[in-house]
Ligand binder design. Sequence first.
Ligand SMILES: [Zn+2]
Ligand SMILES: [Zn+2]
Length: 155
Amino acid sequence: MQLITVPDDVYNRRIRRFESACRDNGLKMTHQRMVIFRDLARSTDHPSAEMVHGRVRRDIPTISLDTVYRTLTTFEKCGLIFRVQAEAGQARYDAGLEPHHHFVCTECKTIYDFVWSEFERVALPDAAGNIGHVQEKQAVLKGICRKCLDRAGSH
Ligand SMILES: [Zn+2]
Ligand SMILES: [Zn+2]
């Protein structure tokens, strides 16, 4: 899977947020945590713990998958990253806390970000409000991405 990197200003903003969240939560900024967070802050592919593990092993060859899992859970608790509700089974992580929505390709399992400001402005139906207090509203679209469509068309 090709890794698209985020623009420098977005990346730097995420790193600054990481540094202040560590301070606020009394979390030590260890080399391991830095390497793991940097990978997440730089990626747009909503990696699973396994994907993060595969990449950070280049910097820390001895790191275990379990350590990566635990670190991701810690980051999640500190509000630095969130889990994407996309597919049943594998948790995927997102360091993009700016409001955005997801397009999940059912073929290649890539999770794409997109902005949908109209959706964010639409009032919730009473039916949802009657259930309880809504904390966030996020859309997940499923379909087949352009890359997979092109690949299917070329055969
Ligand atoms: Zn695809
Ligand atoms: Zn996302």
